[in-house]
Ligand binder design. Structure first.
Ligand code: NAP
Length: 349
């Protein structure tokens, strides 16, 4: 099995390359600068790694770099700017594709644009395979299944104790500032829309005992969940504090910080999702998933997703995580990396 890590010279790309190496996967480091890729290879502990040079805007070079690989892990953001060409090239090369974006409008665009091409090529394309997009999508699938698989309302709330953001995160989230300020898309009556009605004003965050006030937040799962759960409504939520941390970011701030959080800071990070589902028969279920080290866990998740696609296959097309993977199986796999989850009955919201 051979996996290409695109953007392997970046902060998260290096973690993904090191994780692929740790898993004994044959990994090719791809990016626009040979020297930075070589430095990344030595930093990740394998000087002998194969390096291929391709810019995100050079279709032919990207296809040549991906041609003999089973899957591509794209770590080069902002994805709204660079992602589409990499998806197109992975499909043309016949490789499965995952990326580590958190950019909600980009994820929607990939679903809207590449479904037929991916199906024709027989490959799976999964945008947003991170510590955010994947666990929130899988826990929502499991929570909805608890009330029979059909929902009236789904609320997905994120909680983050941040140990700092990488330059890449600051650039990508800074570029999305308007979307983040607006709260992003909601899903209502078959449509994704920034004008969908905001419903929940408070929710009990994971580990909490009382409801916390929340605001609408541009979560990837709002786009992916309606692909596999029949539901009338989905909304993404965050506390005012988390909303402010992200909406304060601007691309210029990226130049004033280190490449990414130091190891100790990374390990101190905590993230969690609470999901509440109102079933069509009035039953309620609640799911929680939590973990740590947003960047290290994202590398583990993206590499494992690419490995599973290469080893086990998946339906061809643009897929949500729960369409490609067994939800409980993947979350249980993450147990060895500090991720825990639960689903049960819920009280009245
Ligand atoms: N939970 C999440 O949602 C989550 C978690 C982790 C990361 N992410 C996302 O992942 C992305 C990367 O973050 P990061 O911190 O790793 O960023 P980073 O350190 O800035 O790395 C970005 C990478 O993209 C490459 N790149 C940029 N433009 C390119 C182009 N035109 N052609 C080829 N390569 C190009 C860079 O190559 P050079 O070295 O040549 O500049 C570098 O390898 C961001 O969008 C971030 O938001 C999301």
């Amino acid at each position: 099995m051979r996996i290409a890590v695109f953007g392997a010279s970046g902060y998260t790309g290096k973690l993904a390359a090191a994780e692929a190496r740790r898993r004994d996967i044959d990994v090719v480091l791809v990016g626009r600068g040979a020297e930075r890729l070589r430095a990344a290879a030595s930093e990740a502990g394998f000087q002998d790694a194969e390096i291929r040079v391709a810019d995100a805007e050079d279709h032919d070079a990207l296809v040549a770099a991906f041609r003999d690989t089973d899957a591509v892990v794209n770590c080069a953001g902002p994805f709204t700017r660079w992602g589409e060409g990499v998806v197109r090239a992975a499909i043309a090369a016949g490789s499965h594709y995952v990326d580590i974006t958190g950019e909600q409008p980009y994820i929607r665009h990939i679903f809207d644009t590449f479904g037929a091409d991916a199906e024709r090529a027989g490959v799976a394309v999964l945008p947003g395979v991170t510590d955010d997009g994947l666990p929130s999508d899988l826990i929502t699938a499991l929570t909805a299944a608890h009330v029979g698989g059909e929902a009236e309302e789904i609320a997905i709330a994120v909680d983050i104790i941040s140990g700092g953001a990488s330059r890449g995160t600051i650039r990508s989230m800074g570029a999305l500032r308007e979307t983040l300020l607006d709260g992003g898309l909601g899903y209502e009556d078959g449509q994704l829309s920034p004008r969908a009605t905001a419903r929940r004003k408070e929710i009990v965050l994971p580990g909490g005992s009382a409801p916390t006030p929340v605001v609408r937040f541009a979560l990837p799962a709002v786009v992916t969940v309606p692909r596999h759960v029949r539901t009338r409504q989905v909304e993404g939520l965050a506390s005012q504090e988390v909303y402010e941390v992200f909406t304060r970011l601007s691309p210029e701030m990226a130049e004033q910080v280190p490449e990414g959080p130091a190891v100790a800071q990374r390990k101190a990070m905590r993230w969690a999702f609470a999901v509440e589902v109102l079933g069509i028969d009035g039953r309620r279920a609640r799911g929680e998933v939590r973990g740590s080290d947003a960047y290290g866990t994202t590398a583990v998740i993206a590499v494992e997703a690419a490995r599973r696609l290469a080893a086990d296959g998946a339906p061809a097309g643009v897929l949500a995580p729960a369409q490609a993977f067994d939800a409980a199986g993947f979350l249980d796999f993450l147990g060895d990396h500090g991720v825990s989850w639960s689903v049960g009955e819920a009280a009245e919201a």
